[in-house]
Design a protein around this ligand. Structure first.
Ligand code: ADP
Length: 187
C-alpha cells in the first residue's frame, strides 16, 4: 500500500527519492518552485535539462508531460520535471486533463526509476494561476486513482511507499487537507 501524505514545507528540503518540479516547457528554469529546485540542486540539473532539450525537446516539453534528471545536490535521487497547464477560464476541461496527466506521468516515471518515495508540489497553482482548491482536487484524486489502479494491476505500482504533497504555506496546506478529508469521507 502506498501512503499519501501532506506536509507544509519546502520541497527542496525533502528526503525522498524523486522530487517533482513544476517546470516550464523550456526546461531552462524559472521562478517559484522551479527556481528553488535549481538553486538548491545546483548546476547539474540545468546541464541535464539543456542536454534533454538538445536531444529530445527542442520544441519544449509539452503540458502534461514529464521527464527526469539528476537531483544534483538535493537530498533526492532524481528530479522529475513536468509542465502544468496555465489556468484559463475558457479551457478548464482541457487544463484539468493536462494537470491530471502531470501527476500520472510523473508518478509512472518515478516508479520506472524505482522510487520508494515521491514529493509533489501543487503544480500550476503559482504563476500558472490554477485555483488551489480545484488543483488539490485534481492532484489528490488523480494520484489516488493511479495508486488504486496499480493495486489491481494497472497504473503506477512498484515499490512506491509514499507520495508526499509538499505545500508551501499554511493556506495551501489547509486547502489540500480539507480536500483530502472530503475525498476520504466520500470513499
Ligand atoms: P506553476 O508555474 O506551475 O504555477 P509555481 O512554482 O509558480 O509553479 O507554483 C507552484 C506552487 O509551488 C505554488 O503553490 C507555490 O507557492 C509553490 N512553491 C513555491 N516554492 C516552493 C517550494 N520551495 N516548495 C514547495 N512549493 C513551493
Amino acid at each position: 500500500m502506498t501512503q499519501i501524505t501532506l506536509v507544509q514545507g519546502d520541497i527542496t528540503a525533502q528526503h525522498v527519492d524523486v522530487v517533482v518540479n513544476a517546470a516550464n516547457s523550456s526546461l531552462l528554469g524559472g521562478g517559484g518552485v522551479d527556481g528553488a529546485i535549481h538553486r538548491a540542486g545546483g548546476p547539474r540539473i540545468l546541464a541535464e535539462c539543456r542536454a534533454l532539450r538538445a536531444s529530445h525537446y527542442g520544441g519544449g516539453l509539452k503540458e502534461g508531460q514529464a521527464v527526469a534528471t539528476t537531483a544534483g545536490d538535493l537530498p533526492a535521487e532524481h528530479v522529475v520535471h513536468t509542465v502544468g497547464p496555465v489556468y484559463r477560464d475558457e479551457s478548464v476541461e482541457r487544463g484539468t486533463e493536462l494537470l491530471a496527466s502531470c501527476y500520472r506521468q510523473s508518478l509512472r516515471l518515478a516508479v520506472e526509476l524505482g522510487a520508494r518515495s515521491v514529493a509533489f508540489p501543487a503544480i500550476s497553482t503559482g504563476v500558472f494561476g490554477w485555483p488551489m482548491e480545484s488543483a488539490a482536487r485534481i492532484a489528490l484524486s488523480t494520484v489516488r486513482a493511479e495508486l488504486a489502479a496499480a493495486g489491481s494491476g494497472g497504473g503506477a505500482d512498484g515499490g512506491l511507499v509514499e507520495v508526499r504533497f509538499v505545500l508551501f504555506g499554511s493556506e495551501a496546506y489547509g486547502v489540500f487537507e480539507g480536500v483530502w478529508r472530503e475525498l476520504a469521507e466520500g470513499g
